[in-house]
Ligand binder design. Structure first.
Ligand code: ADP
Ligand code: ADP
Length: 226
């Protein structure tokens, strides 16, 4: 049983900015981990190092018992959902979801199967022919999730995925993402500065401050701790 293992991870940006200090965490397979803390505490940097978008200055990152420090993002079996959806405006929803798989030369029938399945899970089957500009904020967010789902990754990374939505939709999408985790049965690592979001979504919550882990616990234990 192996999920992710982060061992003595540091990120020092040029200019001697230490963004993450001695980060140690074992993440179980299928666990929903939330990284929470104020702006600038190192959440995004941690996520980007896991994704391979940022080099690890020091320490070791294991995914499924394989050290991945030097492994390219596309070979890490990871998908990341960004805050600003980053959908291609000229492509249909279908093509937005299929694009990454096409680049990987996935056979058409397989692309079709995966896009159809993801669309069903996300309840966007009626939107496949639309362009992003003809979608609501919540629908765009679903398409962004769909693009990650079709890759069938072992690990999902989400960086403040709901922060561009209005308050009502944010609450709705919280539940949707929890359901998605249940349906996909994969590891989720979710970054937010919103404590309520963290408390309602995570199996375990990692509280960060100034690049350091302050606390790691279940929502219930955190709620009951002084
Ligand atoms: P959070 O996601 O918690 O808001 P970040 O990981 O984005 O925090 O940032 C952590 C620290 O690293 C901050 O002090 C930020 O200014 C700094 N930082 C982030 N990215 C860079 C970068 N590319 N170059 C230099 N410093 C950076
Ligand atoms: P192309 O490589 O030319 O985009 P595709 O076979 O990938 O060809 O798809 C052609 C078009 O058919 C796509 O742009 C998409 O809009 C549409 N399409 C394919 N499958 C579906 C589907 N399951 N639901 C809706 N539209 C689909």
């Amino acid at each position: 049983m192996a999920g992710l293992s982060l061992k003595n991870i540091y990120k020092i940006y040029p200019g001697d900015v230490t963004a993450v200090k001695d980060f140690n965490l074992e993440i179980k397979d299928k666990e929903f981990i939330v990284l929470v803390g104020p702006s600038g505490c190192g959440k995004s940097t941690t996520l980007r190092m896991i994704a391979g978008l940022e080099e690890i200055t020091k320490g070791e990152l294991f995914i499924e018992d394989r050290i991945v420090n030097e492994v390219a993002p596309k070979d890490r079996d990871i998908a990341m959902v960004f805050q600003n959806y980053a959908l291609y405006p000229h492509m249909t929803v279908y093509d937005n979801m299929a694009f990454g798989l096409k680049l990987r030369k996935t056979p058409k029938a397989e692309i079709h199967r995966r896009v159809s399945e993801a669309a069903k899970i996300l309840d966007i089957e009626e939107l496949l022919e639309r362009k992003p500009k003809a979608l609501s904020g919540g629908q765009r967010q679903r398409v962004a999730l769909g693009r990650a789902i079709v890759r069938e990754p072992k690990v999902f990374l989400m960086d403040e995925p709901l922060s561009n939505l209005d308050a009502k939709l944010r609450v709705l999408m919280r539940t949707e993402i929890s359901k998605l985790h249940y349906k996909l049965q994969t590891t989720f690592i979710y970054v937010t500065h919103d404590q309520t979001e963290a408390m309602t979504m995570g199996d375990r919550i990692v509280v960060m401050k100034d690049g350091l882990i302050q606390q790691v616990d279940t929502p219930l234990n955190l709620y009951n701790s002084p």
